[in-house]
Write a protein that binds this ligand. Sequence first.
Ligand code: ADP
Ligand code: MG
Length: 378
Amino acid sequence: MSASSVRVVARIRPLLKQEIEKDVIVTAESGTSDHTATPTVVRIPNPKHDGESFSFQFSSVYEQHATQQELFDAEVSPTVKHLFNGFDTTIFAYGVTGTGKTHTMRGGKTLAERGVIPRLLSNIYRRCKKVEKDTAGATQVQVSLEYFEIYCDRVYDLFEPPEKRTPSGLAIRDNHGKTVVVGLTEKPCSTLKEFEQLYDQANINRSTSATKLNAHSSRSHAILCVKVTQTTETTVRVSRASCIDLAGSEDNRRTDNNKERLVESSAINKSLFVLAQCVEAIGKKQTRVPYRESKMTRILSLGQNNGLTIMILNLAPVRSYQLDTLSSLNFANRTKKIEVCEVENDPVYRTIVKPLATSSLGGANITRQPLRPLTAAH
Ligand code: ADP
Ligand code: MG
């Protein structure tokens, strides 16, 4: 077991059509005297004092022109090895609505525009083939998915069509120190093509509710869990990659006035506020971290046993976002100080059972049913 901080990387999105160059106030700098080095500093003017500015240091900073591939190759691709070594990984996008969280995590339709999630799956499937080949088939790898959203502190399965949802959502509970959502669909998914179909349909499920509940998708946290199970004749090892597109971090109280919006806003504000409190408590090494005060923080469990954690801080470069950008930067600044325990998920030894003559297993001498990972689901 080893400990490392949350890796925080900032990404500044390009200007949108209606935005203009002269409004750009957020810039990236190298952070060293070598101005050609990869940027690690974000600079933003002080809204209260013209001529003054704040700078924030991160693990790396991606500028407006950075491509999806550059970000993935440098930040996310290295985590796949850890996943196959039995560590859980968490990648989450934090930022104001309109700063590029969904673009970063999901991305667009073309190959070049594909975001972190489809690229991660593509890498995972490639590695599955490699592991199976390298072990001459002695290790079998299975991939399955869970995809859910947390909206107004309620958990909804995104693999279920919206009309089948129970309004109160799914329950969550602790299982050996990890948080599990009870009754969530787990879809086995063995190819990238299959993944794309499942993921697209689930995103339609998400946006169908959006037409009923205005701009719903920016007001809910979407969490995709990719479970990788590696099975040999004697062991089963399970690890998970969780990819999270958080609700917009803007201060909704400034703009919202209708009742439904206020309920949503207070839920979002509360979960992100609790997240900020958790970050604060962990940063100050307090013994009580208020994870349990929102479902999102229970599930995310920053700094608990969730292995490698990467936070992508999405930023818009323009002045109209200035106050929210500053509060995102301050939040991210505290987050990077969190130490994360990298706990390896131990392999579970398989029980070899002798078949009964009438066994429904059809003569198989190994059963998978009684096997549970020692460290249970996230
Ligand atoms: P969020 O999910 O944070 O609300 P989106 O991902 O929907 O933000 O991005 C807002 C807009 O900016 C979208 O039109 C998206 O296509 C565009 N965008 C965001 N990041 C980039 C980027 N890196 N390159 C090109 N367009 C981007
Ligand atoms: Mg979004």
